[in-house]
Ligand binder design. Structure first.
Ligand code: NAD
Length: 435
């Protein structure tokens, strides 16, 4: 099929690359000229394991190309994916200007009948708004809602082997085309669900908000565990062995971040308000997360006394989760801002997110290429992303290089007894370890 993907971010680039890898001809269109020229030079602008290889293979086979020229990309396409960003606006609603802008661009340049697919995460009713844009258009347009469930860090595998594919459409042609397009990825028998556009739009928010709710649930209990001198790790063991509850997304930590959960929970809350059904469960989810993002800073303040002025902190891990360079809404960003506001100095290390960090903090913090260099002369180390390389570090080396042997662990990576045995004061989440 001849496909155009509008927006070459984490979702659009992965979708474009994977669709081309199964034999389709894909043109990726973006308004960001810098991004497109680096893609044309063979440089992949995001860190996503396995993506480079797929892109290079398909560019070489002439099935995948990149452009800023809407006419070339859109004109001959038969399926057009809108995969542009959907940032939150001030009131928590989604700013749909990129999505609606992309739809208008498609209308302007499209030569014939086509399927227009909303891959961006959008509120209920957005497909109708896009349909309105095409009213009176001279060719037939099927509007499909196809929310994306990939996870950064495992995006390729998620895309090639999705647990399910969701297709919202009210046309037979929309169903047929999407069924054909996704067939190669569903050979193991995973389902494709056809439904209304509105159900598809809501299903995506339901899934993400539920996962965010699980995180806030365990974090809230973790804080109660600290107050009551219980241990959240022991409580968690009981929860996760109940098959009705399940094991995933129940790790206490310093809050959820990323480009999806915070934004999607906010958007669902706003949707509830708009439809006169306040979603208190997700209002609480968000509120707990806001508190949780400050939990490491509060522990630092409690440990060091009133002022953190002129204290120096090493931070390991900046990305919002491992295996990505994405720092959007990362808990590390909240912590660093709080530390800078308090007059502290910050030294940082992340295996892949340093370039992203420089875009956010410029020269307000220090950057190191080596985890151990980062801790030299610091008053404490804080761990904010659970990268594998932080799991079994050389604690003796850390202790030698820190001014005082204190570790704040925002991801509960270490065993309190081990850290105590190494002579650290160790703070983690949900377990009273050091006072
Ligand atoms: P992103 O910010 O990484 O990329 C969006 C891209 O769209 C940018 O490169 C931007 O320049 C481009 N763009 C904006 N307007 C354009 C236009 N009119 N024409 C062409 N290009 C345009 O965003 P992302 O993380 O890929 O997310 C895209 C959507 O997918 C969002 O709605 C997001 O919620 C959803 N989503 C994201 C993930 C994820 O893990 N990142 C997962 C599932 C769903």
């Amino acid at each position: 099929m001849r496909i155009c993907v509008v927006g070459t971010g984490y979702v659009g680039l992965v979708a474009g690359a994977c669709f081309s890898d199964s034999g389709n001809h894909v043109t990726c269109l973006d308004v960001d000229a810098k991004k497109i020229s680096s893609l044309k030079e063979g440089k992949v602008p995001i860190f996503e394991p396995g993506l480079d290889e797929i892109i290079h293979r398909n560019v070489k086979a002439r099935r995948l190309s990149f452009t800023t020229d809407a006419e070339t990309a859109i004109g001959p396409a038969k399926v057009l994916f809108i995969a542009v960003g959907t940032p939150s606006s001030e009131d928590g609603s989604l700013d749909l200007k990129f999505v609606l802008g992309a739809a208008k661009t498609i209308k302007e340049h499209l030569h014939g009948s086509a399927v227009v697919v909303l891959k961006s995460t959008v509120p209920v009713g957005t497909a109708d708004k896009v349909r309105d844009i095409f009213k009176g258009f001279k060719h037939t347009i099927d509007i499909v809602s196809n929310p994306e469930f990939l996870k950064e860090g495992t995006a390729i595998d998620d895309f090639l082997r999705p647990e399910r594919v969701v297709i919202g459409t009210d046309t037979e042609n929309g169903k047929r085309v999407m069924g054909e397009l996704y067939a190669p990825y569903l050979r193991s028998g995973n389902p494709i669900f056809f439904m209304s556009n509105r159900s598809a739009e809501l299903a995506k928010y339901a899934a993400n908000s539920f996962l965010a709710m699980k995180i806030s649930f365990i974090n809230d209990l973790a804080m109660l565990s600290e107050k009551t001198n219980a241990d959240i790790r022991e409580v968690r063991n009981v929860l996760v062995t109940d098959s009705r509850i399940g094991k995933k997304f129940l790790y206490p930590g310093c809050g959820y971040g990323g480009s999806c959960f915070p934004k999607d929970v906010k958007a669902l809350i706003k949707l509830g308000k708009d439809f006169d059904h306040p979603l208190e469960i997700f209002e609480a989810t968000e509120k707990v997360n806001e508190i949780q993002k400050k939990v490491i800073f509060n522990k630092m303040t409690k440990h060091f006394g009133k002022s953190l002025r002129n204290k120096t902190f090493a931070i390991w891990g900046l990305a919002f989760k491992p295996m990505t360079d994405d720092m959007r809404e990362a808990p590390s960003v909240d912590l660093i801002n709080l530390l800078l506001d308090a007059g502290a100095h910050v030294r940082t290390y992340d295996p892949v997110a340093m370039e992203e960090a420089k875009k956010i903090f410029a020269n307000r913090i220090e950057y190191f290429n080596d985890a151990y260099e980062t801790v030299k002369g610091c008053d404490a180390l804080a761990l904010m992303t659970e990268w594998n390389e932080f799991r079994s570090p050389d604690f003796d080396m850390i202790k030698k290089d820190l001014k005082t042997p204190v570790i704040f662990d925002g991801r509960n990576l270490y065993e309190p007894q081990t850290l105590r045995a190494h002579g650290f004061q160790y703070y983690c989440i949900g377990t009273r370890t050091a006072e």
